[in-house]
Design a protein. Structure first.
Length: 256
């Protein structure tokens, strides 16, 4: 019989974890000097490695105002909405995989908090002198940080690693291993590609922090899978013998 967690417990766990995640992001000291220093480090390393694809995508997006506005909305909403929908779907439709994938998601997000704390990073849109333009400001459109109030309610230096990239990869893996329809698998495969393109073109993330987000999530998925396989390994005759002995001892204890 497939493992099925209690709904109320899962809601409480995810609510508490997400609340703690949001609170910690807010409480991380906003070290502006370190964030801009780290941005300079990232830019210099990327220039040494090759062309600045983020800047090229950012400028390309600015030539398509409607697409830019759509990208702003996508960046602000898909990260949370798609991840939550996939998580709920897994709980309802694939309980045998839910625990592995839920654990991986929480683990990766927890590791990301450490990254936000030790390596604050100013996003490209803050580096006007480097040629980046924030499409939310340029087109006065809706976006994740489209108002001073929204910007003050989060840590905009929490960019390394990119959880937009990490969560998108998680959604892709969760759907690819859970569904049979080729079309859904194809859309799942494209989702992190689209997401990473959006976070670059909207000047919210660098190539290196996107790579870091993917690596963190890959590590978390691997660890979660190991835990899942150990918890669901086939029971041996020795395991049954130990269980039977434990049951007998417990029964004797209750009778005494």
């Amino acid at each position: 019989m497939a493992w099925s967690p209690r709904l109320w417990r899962e809601i409480a766990l995810i609510a508490v974890f997400y609340g703690a995640y949001t609170l910690v992001r807010l409480l991380i000291p906003h070290n502006d000097a370190a964030a801009y220093t780290h941005a300079g480090q990232v830019m210099r390393l990327e220039h040494a490695l090759g062309p600045n694809i983020e800047l090229k995508l950012n400028h390309a997006l600015l030539h398509a105002p409607l697409l830019a506005k759509a990208a702003n909305i996508y960046y602000a909403t898909a990260h949370f909405a798609v991840t939550l929908m996939v998580l709920v779907w897994l709980y309802r439709a694939r309980p045998e995989l839910y625990r592995w994938l839920r654990t991986s998601l929480l683990l990766a997000t927890g590791v990301a908090l450490i990254g936000f704390w030790v390596y604050p990073l100013a996003p490209p849109r803050f580096l006007g002198g480097s040629g980046f333009v924030d499409p939310v400001t340029a087109f006065h459109s809706f976006g994740l940080y489209s108002s001073p109030q929204a910007g003050s309610l989060t840590n905009q230096f929490a960019a390394m690693p990119s959880m937009h990239a990490g969560w998108a990869l998680w959604c892709a893996v969760a759907l690819i291993v859970s569904v049979r329809r080729p079309l859904i698998k194809a859309l799942a495969f494209l989702y992190p590609i689209v997401t990473i393109t959006v976070i670059f073109s909207t000047a919210n993330h660098y190539l290196l922090d996107a790579v870091a987000g993917v690596l963190v999530m890959t590590f978390a998925l691997f660890v979660g899978l190991i835990i899942h396989l150990r918890e669901n390994r086939p029971r041996t005759a020795k395991d049954h013998e130990v269980t039977n002995k434990t049951t007998i001892v417990e029964s004797m204890s209750r009778s005494i």
